[in-house]
Design a protein around this ligand. Sequence first.
Ligand code: 2DE
Ligand code: MG
Ligand code: MG
Ligand code: MG
Length: 322
Amino acid sequence: PDLKQIQAPIATEMDDFEKKFRTFMKSKVKLLDHITGYIVKRKGKQMRPMFVFLTAGVSGGITESSYRGAALIELLHTATLVHDDVVDDANYRRGFFSVNALWKNKIAVLVGDYLLSRGLLLSVDNGDFGLLQIVSRAVREMSEGELLQIAKARKLDITEDVYYTIIKQKTASLIAACCAVGASTAGVGADQVEQMRLFGEKIGMAFQIKDDLFDYGKDEVGKPVGIDIKEKKMTLPLIFALEKASWMEKKKIIYLIRNKNEDKKSVNKVIDFVKASGGLEYAESVMNRYYEEALEILAAFPPSEYKVSLEALVEYTIQRKK
Ligand code: 2DE
Ligand code: MG
Ligand code: MG
Ligand code: MG
């Protein structure tokens, strides 16, 4: 499935949204405006606003508040990426220099704070308190997930269960929030909002496993390979490979990650080890399970063009090449 096709039932909404989005970031402070301009020009796939509009459509109808919900989510998402690149010391984002690479950490932190506050104000000014609750929960979870990830990276003692907790918090929580926001702005009851939230959570899990697979693979353009290992970030393919490994092998690999993580050759050794152990296939199978579970939840919703697109977007999530 390609994104243009998926967007067809929400083409006007997405167009409108994109036109407005830049204005939500405008600032009188020249440096800030310059940087937000830089960010907008290098925008990503806009998957999160698509999730908001499509889940609103499936839940009975896109409303004015769906737009504000989509803007709130995209502003928050942009803020988290700017902060994430500081946390991860990452110099690239979407194939271009990250904000911290160009303007340093101090400025990147403040730009992230600014973007988040613009999103929150948009909702406060319109009295969208239900949305604020959904989104604030996601912010809390993302911060917890990032910290848990750092704590575990120090010890290199991550289990599969801890991995799922981390990705649920740092990534799935935001996509879950997108879908809950969509349903909530369509005006459905709490039970249906919760179903949509859960649907988003499943996709979010699949989405992050896919992202983690990119770190071992060939598909992704714009993101170099082996960065997670360099950051001592243990993801599912590696965790699985280590669980299966002999005591000696495990010791050797942990040593490389702990002490040789800056050395390209050693990082490649770790990658080869993961591949030889079937770590990529295993992670793919788990990803596919989340994909199936997401579709199962969606199946209970009434048929519509939005639903067809949402199904395609779920499929895109696990098949995407970037
Ligand atoms: C992406 O993980 C996860 C991002 C969550 C970031 C959340 C932060 C805290 P990755 P990639 C920093 C909340 C932020 C606020 C308050 C604005 O695997 O590979 O590092 O895209 O993603 O870098
Ligand atoms: Mg990162
Ligand atoms: Mg990160
Ligand atoms: Mg990643």
